[in-house]
Design a binder for this molecule. Structure first.
Ligand SMILES: *Cc1c(COP(=O)(O)O)cnc(C)c1O
Length: 411
């Protein structure tokens, strides 16, 4: 048996997006502000994106990393300031903080792959002057949002959500009065459309907010000069918000172009369908792997939706040689699993040396990522692919246990 797709397979570009992109190229004006009318592809995309997420104002940019950088600048971050963020996330997050001339303050991750609240509270006490928190919904794992927001409010910490993996994910999904998307506990939410995310344009990102002043800053900083902000559909309509600050805001040239937007716009209406497709496979795989020895799949926190475009699980009661054997043997059988704490992984905080002088004391996170596995589940996989993954993992684990039958008894 073989897998129908590679584990790296991106979400498909729909036919409508392809023809949309071709007509943009035939026209030739790919710069978002190059058209005489206001309805450039980028502008229309921003409006459609905000309509989906429920944010009033949206700015399209060239990446989520750029979005987080601009978000910090919009909140007037000063050189050398500390910014709380996850010790378990992707390197683009601390990099955006370093880009803003600031210093990441890492918060430990718990066994559910999310911010460890007791550690966050300790760090707030340790860094009473810290004013910002970029909360990363790493791999779509949603932390205790209500509690984090309450702590931030109490200590005057401004919250930015990294929704690179949070698009379309619900909070309080089972309570129809409180149900909403993640990205609404913060002042600014940041999104990615890099090829491994739910919307695929290779590169791209969004800034989304309901705050008109922050929106005006972000629009100008992304690269809108003179009176070009007027060409935005998803902007605050009060021109004075822009006129009052425009000569004080740098143009960082981080805009999205019309070609990227043309590829993305027809994908917006596919988000829910894509999530449903992920969910079916994700939940099937969880049900198949849950009984397997040495595999622990943490439950999501209450209120968070259980779906992902990849599955994370922990290898428990195995030493590092066993873990390496497991990864090697599954790989030989065609299943690509990575351990976050191995092999130059960009999600291992110990590799973010650009961001600290002394190694952060995040022992809990270090322990977790030494046994935490990452398995991509492309949307284009079939249910047969999922069953094959489960069969290979189960078989490999069985072989490992058979080779060392005493370990789990004595360990
Ligand atoms: C992909 C990703 C990013 C970065 O997105 P880019 O658009 O590549 O800058 C940030 N955070 C997380 C959790 C990601 O997975």
């Amino acid at each position: 048996m073989k897998f129908s797709k590679s584990f790296d397979a991106p979400n498909p570009i729909p036919a409508e997006a392809i023809s949309n992109a071709v007509s943009q190229m035939e026209h030739g004006m790919l710069y978002r502000y190059g058209h005489s009318d206001d309805d450039s592809e980028v502008s229309k995309l921003e409006a459609a994106f905000g309509q989906y997420t429920g944010h009033k104002y949206v700015v399209a940019v060239n990446s989520c990393g750029s979005a987080m950088f601009i978000a910090l600048k919009a909140m007037d971050i000063q050189p050398g300031e500390g910014v709380f963020t996850n010790a378990f996330t992707f390197t683009a997050v601390p990099s955006s903080i370093v880009h803003a001339n600031a210093v990441p303050l890492y918060i430990e991750c718990n066994d559910q792959y999310v911010i460890d609240l007791p550690h966050f509270e300790q760090q707030i006490i340790k860094h009473p002057d810290a004013r910002f928190f970029i909360l990363s919904h790493m791999r779509g794992h949603i932390a205790e949002l209500d509690k984090i927001k309450a702590l931030c409010d109490k200590h005057n910490i401004r919250l930015i959500e990294d929704c690179a993996h949070g698009l379309g994910k619900r909070w309080n999904a089972t309570d129809k009065d409180k149900d909403h998307f993640v990205g609404h506990h913060c002042e600014i939410a940041c999104y990615s459309t890099q090829s491994h995310k739910i919307l695929n344009s290779g590169e791209g990102g969004f800034i989304a907010t309901n705050d008109e002043q922050l929106a005006a800053y972000c629009i100008l900083a992304a690269g809108s000069y003179e009176g070009l902000y007027k060409k935005h559909l998803a902007r605050p309509m009060d021109d004075s918000l822009f006129e009052n600050i425009k000569f004080n805001v740098p143009n960082f040239s981080l805009r999205m172009n019309n070609l990227t937007a043309a590829i993305l716009r027809p994908q917006i209406e596919l988000i829910d369908q894509r999530i449903a497709s992920y969910k079916e496979k994700y939940q099937l795989l969880i049900s198949l792997l849950s009984p397997v020895e040495h595999i622990d799949i943490p439950e999501p926190v209450d209120s968070a939706e259980n779906v992902g475009d990849s599955l994370q699980f922990n290898l428990i009661d195995l030493d590092s040689a066993d873990i390496t054997r497991f990864i090697t043997h599954t790989k030989e059988k065609g299943v690509a699993i990575q351990v976050f704490g191995q092999n130059n992984n960009a999600r291992d905080f110990r590799n973010w040396q650009y961001s600290f002088d002394d190694m952060p004391a995040c022992e809990k996170t270090a322990r977790l990522i030494s046994c935490a596995c990452d398995l991509r589940l492309p949307m284009t996989f079939t249910l047969d692919d999922i069953e094959l993954i489960a069969a290979i993992i189960t078989e490999t684990m069985g072989e490992l246990s058979a080779a060392q039958p005493m370990k789990s008894l004595t360990g």
